[in-house]
Design a protein around this ligand. Structure first.
Ligand SMILES: *[C@@H]1O[C@H](CO)[C@@H](O)[C@H](O)[C@H]1NC(C)=O
Ligand SMILES: *[C@@H]1O[C@H](CO)[C@@H](O)[C@H](O)[C@H]1NC(C)=O
Length: 341
């Protein structure tokens, strides 16, 4: 990026040298926000937030970041990552849009997924964000510069366009993210007809801003983040791990697997549990099967009881309180994202 920038500066200054002084020289340029992006700058937003079972991970590979996962359509169908809120807004008003230097690597069906840039121009962490879809060419080993103009961004709630929203304010950028999804951006929750679920993998070498005319005087500073652990309330710090235990991804996955089996075989829980028991018994012996299943059932029993106690005694009352409080201060935004993306 540095050399491209230098080249652009050279071209521009050669062209304008006669008419402008050095300190006010303007040029088109790119400015890197994340180069390379680091996994520690992002959090994942898989469809687990709405009860789905897709799963992804971010990995640092030296001069690029890898994003891979497994997309599952059941109860969702998206994986994504996003930065935390920037400590201070980034002023992108003298640029044309966001540029992603990226490549798709897992298979040649990149056109059977929807890719979206997600960006935010306010500090709320509500459901309303701005998005635009982009294409990623099939793998060739090459990096691609993918440009998403600010003025193409659409205000959305989940994958649904919000026609009444104000246009995107590029002088107040507070969060950037990427989603790979079966949902298109539409007004009717449209999905990609030939969506390909399963494994995907893609790489990101840079996330930045491109184009426009800007003064060479000041570079855009890289985004910084506030320490998010400070913002967590003490209650959430205590309850967080407890909720994780009870509503864990593992037990949700086990349940999803069970539902799939049930659908495929048309048989009930006892039948399926019986099959599992028999399989374990023939592989590991009857005693082992009894201990495993006894343990799992009592654990599930404890979790079930604990889960309902937590829900009734803590979660529902607090959620009600929280929603009431939100509604009182609501300016159109409500709660964290619980919609497809
Ligand atoms: C980050 O911290 C600064 C200083 O405490 C504060 O002004 C700013 O609003 C914070 N940003 C976010 C997104 O919380
Ligand atoms: C856009 O954001 C800037 C910086 O926060 C603010 O000064 C300006 O009023 C905003 N513009 C609109 C149209 O909201």
């Amino acid at each position: 990026m540095g050399s491209i920038l230098a080249l652009l500066i050279l071209c521009a200054s050669a062209q304008y040298a006669t008419s402008l002084t050095a300190s006010t020289t303007s040029t088109t340029a790119t400015s890197a926000l994340f180069s390379p992006p680091l996994s520690s700058n992002f959090e994942r937003i898989d469809d687990v937030i709405m009860g789905g079972v897709s799963k992804s991970s971010l990995g640092d590979k030296g001069d690029y970041m890898n994003f891979q996962g497994i997309l599952r359509e059941q109860d969702g169908g998206f994986c994504g990552f996003r930065t935390g809120p920037f400590a201070r807004p980034i002023d992108g008003s003298s640029f044309d849009g966001i540029i992603l230097r990226a490549r798709f690597t897992s298979d040649s069906d990149s056109d059977k997924r929807t890719f979206k840039l997600t960006i935010r121009d306010d500090e709320t962490r509500g459901e309303f964000v701005f998005q635009q879809m982009f294409d990623v060419p099939p793998p060739s080993g090459e990096w691609h510069d993918i440009k998403i103009p600010f003025d193409s961004l659409k205000a959305v709630r989940g994958p649904i366009i919000n026609p009444n929203a104000k246009p995107f304010n590029s002088s107040n950028i507070l969060q950037v993210g990427v989603v790979i999804s079966k949902f298109k951006i539409s007004s009717t929750m449209e999905t990609l007809e030939d969506f390909r679920p399963g494994f995907f993998s893609m790489d990101f070498k840079e996330i930045g801003m491109y184009g426009g005319v800007r003064s060479l005087g000041g570079d855009v500073p890289a985004p910084s983040f506030n320490d998010s652990t400070q913002k967590k309330s003490p209650l959430l710090k205590v309850l967080g791990p407890l909720f994780k235990l009870v509503f864990s991804e593992t037990s949700r996955r086990r349940r999803a697997a069970y539902l799939q089996l049930k659908k495929r075989s048309g048989k009930g829980w006892f039948h399926i549990a019986g099959l599992g028991f028999k399989a374990r018994a023939s592989n590991y012996g009857l005693l082992n099967a009894m201990i495993t299943f006894g343990g799992r059932m009592s654990k599930d029993g404890i979790k079930f009881a604990l889960g309902w106690t937590l829900k009734v005694a803590i979660f529902y009352p607090f959620r009600t309180l929280f929603r009431l409080k939100k509604r009182l201060r609501a300016r159109g935004n409500e709660g964290e994202e619980r919609k497809p993306a």
